[in-house]
Design a protein around this ligand. Structure first.
Ligand SMILES: Cc1ncc(COP(=O)(O)O)c(C=O)c1O
Length: 423
């Protein structure tokens, strides 16, 4: 059951593969992040910008508006979703390391609250387009604080070999501050950093915040005024497997607030408004993918052991994360219970790639076979949003469930949809 609707009923009504989003869970998580930011930072709480890249459609945008949080978009396409849903542009932040001139123009024309500038060329571009449109655009500078976050640990590095942002250590950030400050059509509102994803403690965020606050103090000393906002990005970790635990918003933000407040006090700075950009932590756990099993096959491994391949009706086209990041998932047989003994199983998709793996190794009931439904939890983030049409497979539908009712929020693509692109 998801949101009071059975998996069997969902599969029968909407087909598989299917993304099923638990609407109440989404509201619960979005509200928890909003309230945790408020609780930790009080009147210094800025905005929770939901990272639209994790999963965005018009209905999600409507839900964000109901909760009263903001939206981080990083392309003209994501901005177009926000516009189509009449999402308030005063709560939209525009990211991207290579925004085109037309994306910058539509963002400024639409009136997005903030553009996060990522390169020197972009300072000139955003400045010129804002000037041409007769506007002063509020901007953040995306900075690389030299904190590299991995799944479970972080390491501080002096050198940052990434395509995003301006390095603090090399002096690029300081030069960017000077350039933005001398541009009349830009208003520097603060700094931004995003240190990575699937982070399970507050230390990496705190280390980044310390570097940014030190730079705020340097800014105050040089420019004799203080910047109003810090955006500390997203990346809060969630559980994908039964033995993992999703970060608790209030815990991580309270720890972060203690460091931010202490650092600001040490530098004699007022605490700026603190904003964050969780994507996965809001939408990831809310969604389950339902697949139908098509075939099974046993192969004998070098050591004589048997591995069972269970093939489902989707795969890397609706979840590229295992192939891209070795991401791990769990599966549950969702149409019945089984007392059968388990067998070492690899759940794979239907694409023409050996790497088309949904779950590399799982003990699954030996009687799992054609027609069974497999439910894969925690597929809400970077699943549908990274989906492709590889092998001309139409992308799955997204269904929202709440209080025993299911409704389509993104329809399934059809072969006609795909053929419609051919000239
Ligand atoms: C700038 C920025 N903010 C926020 C996020 C969201 O990260 P997550 O979904 O892990 O919270 C990302 C993810 O790539 C990002 O690049």
């Amino acid at each position: 059951m998801i949101g009071g609707v059975s998996a069997t009923q969902l599969a029968a009504e909407f087909g598989t593969p299917l993304f099923v989003i638990d609407e109440a869970d989404f509201f619960g998580r979005a509200t928890a992040w909003r309230d945790a930011l408020q609780g930790a930072f009080g009147d210094r709480a800025g905005t929770v910008y939901y990272a639209g890249k994790s999963f965005l459609c018009k209905e999600i945008t409507r839900w964000l508006d109901v909760v009263g949080i903001g939206l981080d978009v990083c392309t003209g396409g994501e901005l177009a979703v926000a516009k189509a849903a009449n999402f308030p542009m005063s709560r939209v932040e525009m990211h991207g390391n290579n925004k085109s001139e037309s994306e910058i123009r539509s963002a400024i024309e639409a009136g997005v609250a903030t553009i996060v500038i990522d390169s020197f060329m972009e300072i000139d571009r955003v400045g010129a387009i804002a000037k041409e449109l007769g506007k002063t655009q509020r901007v953040f500078l995306r900075l690389t604080p030299g904190v590299e976050a991995h799944t479970h640990e972080f390491i501080s590095t002096a050198h940052e070999d990434v395509k995003f942002g301006f390095s603090i250590a090399s002096g690029a950030a300081w030069k960017a501050i000077a350039e933005v400050s001398s541009c009349e059509s830009l208003e520097l509102a603060g700094f931004h950093s995003h240190i990575g994803s699937q982070i399970f403690n507050s230390e990496g965020f705190a280390a980044a915040a310390q570097k940014l606050i030190a730079l705020l103090a340097q800014y105050r000393d040089e420019y004799k005024k203080e910047l109003p906002e810090l955006d500390l990005g997203g990346g809060y970790g969630i559980a994908y497997l039964p033995d993992q635990e999703t970060l608790v918003p209030a815990t991580v933000l309270t720890e972060l607030a203690a460091v931010v407040k202490a650092q600001c006090a040490a530098h004699g700075l007022a605490v700026p408004m603190i904003s964050i950009e969780p994507g996965r932590a809001i939408v990831g756990p809310t969604t389950t993918t339902l697949y139908t099993v098509g075939t099974t096959k046993d192969v004998t491994l070098d050591d004589g052991a048997i591995r069972r391949y269970v093939s489902v009706d989707g795969g890397m086209s609706d979840n590229i994360r295992p192939a891209l990041y070795d991401a791990e998932y769990h599966a549950i047989i969702a149409n019945r219970s089984s007392d059968a003994p388990t067998v070492n199983t690899r759940v794979v998709g239907k694409h023409c790639e050996s790497g088309d793996i949904v779950i590399r190794a799982i003990d699954l009931a030996a009687d799992c076979g054609p027609g069974d439904l497999l439910a894969i939890p925690a597929t809400g983030a970077y699943g549908r949003s990274m989906a492709s049409n590889y092998n001309h497979i139409p992308r799955p539908a997204v269904v929202a469930v709440i209080d025993g009712k299911a409704r389509l929020i993104v329809r399934r693509e059809s072969h006609e949809d795909l053929l419609a692109l051919d000239i």
